[in-house]
Design a protein around this ligand. Structure first.
Ligand code: GCU
Length: 672
């Protein structure tokens, strides 16, 4: 599993034979830089693997040349390639004729675009597709496509299920692990162009000269792949490592300290991306400690970075005891009034939902509600609440669901808001909390690699359908044969809904066991703070179940645009899959399917279990196409998932039955 989706396994001979003469040589652009060089190296590696012969480097056009053309090259016109509208990172792939020689053109304004185009060509080939009539254009709509590593300096990864951190702080900067080049290749292949190295629960030490040398070494390794390094900054660092008495953002000494720190960073890392900040949330320090707003805190850091072109990604995930009545309302309450108050190089980073990366949540009400402020979407790739490494849960469908949701605001869908549509040339971004560690397979399981892949692809192009991404991944990871792609895609596409069914159906949330969030714990109700308890979220009693967020309850619906608030405010117009997120309803309430809430709840738990069994059946069909090692490990993980889906169902149903005191509906599987 080490090679991820970049296996470049041999294609069937008939396909390879057709491609070989069409891709015989590579011609670099004039005066190539390091990025074009790694692009060519990747093409050589990929073609050697897939068709058994690496193209030669040439300076004279010959039939079958992969011709890399940058902006301004007169051959672009001859090849019929138009670079307009592609931005700095987009590319064109085109079969063309230049000087009557048949070639494949990779055209882009920059070398970065050429690198993405090279990966685009390899992705195309890896799906067993022909290249004789290639005509593809692709460009990202979002500027910052960034991984967030929640890696601590001692190597532990918070919410990581794939081993320890990839960054070996002990041996850096002297030992530059070649694995980091593979990390960079994997990310560049899906368009990721930034990475935050350390946990949002940050240690100030990362900003000391000793660590900055190490960070600079990582940045050097990622740079040829167009990946910038960012750091999580601890707001109280001026006190902890700067010897100041305060971290108050309006104190000039504090501003000076951050400016000097930024200067120190940029002296070592001239293309440093900027800071990610978690402030005044879950005990982290922040401007609120001094009575200042998030905007005052963010802008102070932004001023330190602005002279160097850096940005501040300021998180809206605020979680403290201030509104225990409904935790879901806190971020909107603190941030929405600050709309328009952030400096130009600040982007507010908002989780997809208002609570915390649940198997299903409605979209975050801040999307569309801060038209004067760039908002960055934060997704979680690591499966903190979806079964860690062992359960298969393809998040392409979850990400797609969020991105495609209409916010009801003039901006449009969440994807439109994130792309900054209609807002001119301002900052845009998507972040994904990484599921990467030093496990041999990087992500703790083969199928978790699909989530890293899907994040990158959707960050690049939010309009890509999740099932198409699933097929791409399956072809490159296992085999481009239809008999392999079909079952793998089916597994991926049903997997997340299966997890929702057996963990938190009908809009339930946060029923996981305390702290680690693995396995069921809906009965937990005695923890110190109300919103730590699953009972706070489901509120089940003899009469009914669900969290009333309508006007009769916490009125969290009022944080949405009026049309959306109306829809979610009424059980009759709330979709079944979000029903109990917004409403507390009697057990005999009728779902849109006609079944009672009680029967429907149990049917969903059963369906989740049945779907895992179906995933297992589908997986067994892939045996001829997958090596024994990856096949066996996935099969074992599916056994674990099947057992634990039953555990979830039986424990949850038994608990809810103890509360509702209702009999199991006929046909429901009795708890084991
Ligand atoms: C969740 C998660 C924490 C994390 C936090 C955050 O609460 O459990 O581990 O620190 O999110 O996003 O900041």
């Amino acid at each position: 599993g080490f090679r991820l989706w970049l296996r470049y396994a041999p294609l069937a001979e008939a396909e390879a034979a057709a491609i070989r003469p069409a891709l015989t040589a590579i011609m670099l652009p004039p005066e190539p830089g390091p990025v074009a060089a790694v692009a060519a190296a990747e093409l050589e590696r990929g073609l050697a693997g897939m068709v058994g012969r690496a193209p030669i480097r040439t300076t004279r056009l010959q039939a079958g040349t992969i011709l890399m053309l940058r902006e301004g090259d007169p051959r672009l016109r001859e090849a019929g390639v138009d670079l307009r509208g592609l931005g700095d990172e987009g590319f064109v792939l085109r079969s063309a004729s230049v000087g009557s020689v048949p070639v494949t053109v990779i055209g882009a304004r920059t070398e970065q675009g050429l690198l993405y185009g090279s990966f685009g060509l390899l992705r195309h080939l890896g799906q067993g597709r022909a290249i004789d009539v290639l005509d593809l254009r692709s460009a990202p709509k979002v500027r910052l496509r960034v991984l967030n590593h929640w890696d601590n300096l001692d190597g532990h990864v918070e919410r990581g299920y794939a081993g320890d951190s990839l960054w070996d702080w002990w041996l850096l900067p002297d030992w530059r692990d070649p694995r980091l080049t593979d990390y960079a290749r994997a990310n560049a292949s899906i368009g990721i162009n930034g990475t935050v190295l350390n946990n949002v629960n940050a240690s100030a030490e990362i900003l000391t000269p000793r660590y900055l040398e190490k960070v600079a070494a990582i940045a050097d390794m990622l740079r040829p792949y167009g990946i910038k390094v960012y750091l999580s900054a601890r707001f109280s660092a001026p006190i902890e490592i700067g010897g100041l008495q305060s971290a108050d953002p309006v104190d000039p000494a504090v501003g000076r300290w951050w400016a000097q720190t930024a200067n120190r960073i940029y002296a070592r890392i001239p293309d440093f991306g900027g800071f990610l900040v978690k402030a005044n949330s879950e005990g982290q320090p922040g401007p609120g400690d001094y009575g200042r707003s998030h905007a005052e805190g963010a802008n102070m850091l932004a001023r330190a970075l602005a002279p160097h072109g850096g940005v501040v990604m300021w998180r809206a995930f605020v979680y403290s005891e201030t509104d225990a009545a409904d935790r879901a309302k806190q971020a909107y309450a603190e941030f929405q009034p600050l709309d328009g108050r952030f400096d130009d190089n600040v982007i507010v980073q908002v989780k997809n939902g208002a609570i915390d990366f649940q198997p299903r949540e409605p979209f975050h009400p801040l999307f569309g509600a801060m038209p004067q402020t760039p908002l960055m979407l934060e997704l979680q790739i690591t499966k903190e609440y979806l079964g860690f490494a062992t359960h298969i849960a393809y998040l392409g469908t979850l990400f797609e669901e969020v991105l495609d949701t209409d916010t009801g605001h003039p901006a449009g869908t969440v994807a439109d808001v994130v792309a900054g549509s209609g807002q001119g040339d301002r900052l845009t971004g998507i972040a994904g909390v990484a599921n990467i560690g030093d496990d041999r397979d990087w992500s703790g399981s083969t199928f978790n690699q699909a989530n890293w892949y899907a994040f990158g692809r959707l960050a690049w192009d939010a309009a890509l359908p999740a099932d198409e991404i699933a097929r791409e991944w399956a072809a490159q990871t296992f085999s481009p044969r239809a008999e392999a792609i079909a079952p793998v895609t089916d597994i991926l596409m049903m997997s997340r809904e299966a997890v929702v069914d057996y963990m938190t159906p009908l809009g339930l949330a946060h029923l996981m066991a305390t702290d680690h969030h693995y396995g069921p714990g809906p009965w937990v109700g005695d923890l110190a703070r109300p919103e730590w308890n699953p009972t706070y979220y489901h509120r089940a009693d003899r009469e009914g179940i669900g969290f009333d967020r309508s006007v009769t309850g916490s009125n969290a619906v009022s944080q949405y645009a009026p049309a959306v608030a109306r829809r979610f405010g009424d059980p009759a117009t709330t979709p079944d899959n979000l029903l109990l997120w917004f409403h507390h309803l009697p057990w005999d309430h009728r779902l849109s399917t006609g079944e009672t809430l009680w029967a429907g709840l149990i049917a969903r738990y059963d369906r989740g279990v049945a779907r895992v069994a179906e995933m297992d059946r589908l997986w067994s069909r892939t045996r001829p196409f997958v090596d024994a090692e990856r096949h066996a490990k996935t099969a074992t993980f599916l056994d674990i998932q099947a057992n634990e889906a039953r555990w979830w169902r039986d424990a949850s149903v038994a608990y809810f039955q103890s509360v509702s005191e209702l009999p199991l509906p006929p046909g429901a599987a009795p708890p084991a």
